[in-house]
Design a protein around this ligand. Structure first.
Ligand code: IMP
Ligand code: MG
Length: 215
């Protein structure tokens, strides 16, 4: 089973004014739950674990847009650093897929896959799916069943966050950065109706902000 850093349900987080938070979001957030530096440190270790398990064969890193783009970029930088500083290395190529399942702070039942290259390019490859957060697990299960039709050699999933929630289908990724409480999180590319991707730290959105940015 994947090990992860657990953020407890009663985690108090850090005061916003101890960090740099964009002015335009100050009234929308209560606390910083995962500072950017901690995200980076945990990501560095995930890169090492992934290379240990997958580093024998060409890796295609598949970014799940849009929420995964920050984690994808930082994780790949760490993987690249390992690849260029060791005697053993493998080619690393990238691909992108866009899925949408959320409206406001609720997961909808339909998982839409929009865009991305032909998934058939992934046939025979070691595929690493890079996701921001797993909540019910439906997005990832849908994606995994789509991928399996393309006959990849190996598929692993890394998610920066996994939410502890009774809505979970029980699905767990192969690699997990943090397990987080059942709250709506934003920042580090996680959004609420497209806002808050431009925030470096992962924060809990307050109820007032959910109204303010509602569609
Ligand atoms: P799932 O299909 O319920 O596992 O949801 C996964 C997707 O929902 C993620 O890829 C996110 O895009 C989105 N999501 C779930 N929880 C949150 C959250 O707390 N903040 C932002 N996006 C979320
Ligand atoms: Mg996502």
């Amino acid at each position: 089973m994947a090990s992860y850093l657990q953020i407890a349900d009663d985690e108090k987080g850090h005061e916003l004014d101890l960090f740099c938070v964009p002015r335009h979001y100050e009234s929308d957030l209560d606390k910083v739950i995962i500072p950017h530096g901690l995200i980076m440190d945990r990501t560095e270790r995930l890169a090492r674990d992934i290379i240990r398990d997958m580093g024998g064969h060409h890796i295609v890193a598949l970014c799940v847009l849009k929420g995964g783009y920050k984690f994808f970029a930082d994780l790949l930088d760490y993987i690249k650093a390992l690849n260029q500083n060791s005697d053993k290395s493998v080619p690393l190529t990238v691909d992108f897929i866009r899925v949408k399942s959320y409206c406001n702070d609720k997961s909808t039942n339909s998982v839409k896959v929009i865009g991305g290259d032909e998934l058939s390019n992934l046939s025979g490859k070691n595929v690493l799916i890079v996701e921001d957060i797993v909540e019910t697990g439906r997005t990832m299960q849908t994606l995994l069943s789509l991928l399996s039709e393309c006959n990849p050699k190996m598929v692993k999933v890394v998610s920066l966050l996994v939410k502890r929630t009774p809505r979970s289908s029980g699905y767990r990724p192969d690699y997990i950065g943090f397990e987080v409480p059942d709250a709506f999180l934003v920042g580090y590319a996680l959004d609420y109706n497209e806002y808050f991707r431009d925030l470096s730290h992962i924060c809990i959105l307050n109820d007032q902000a959910k109204e303010k940015y509602k569609v």
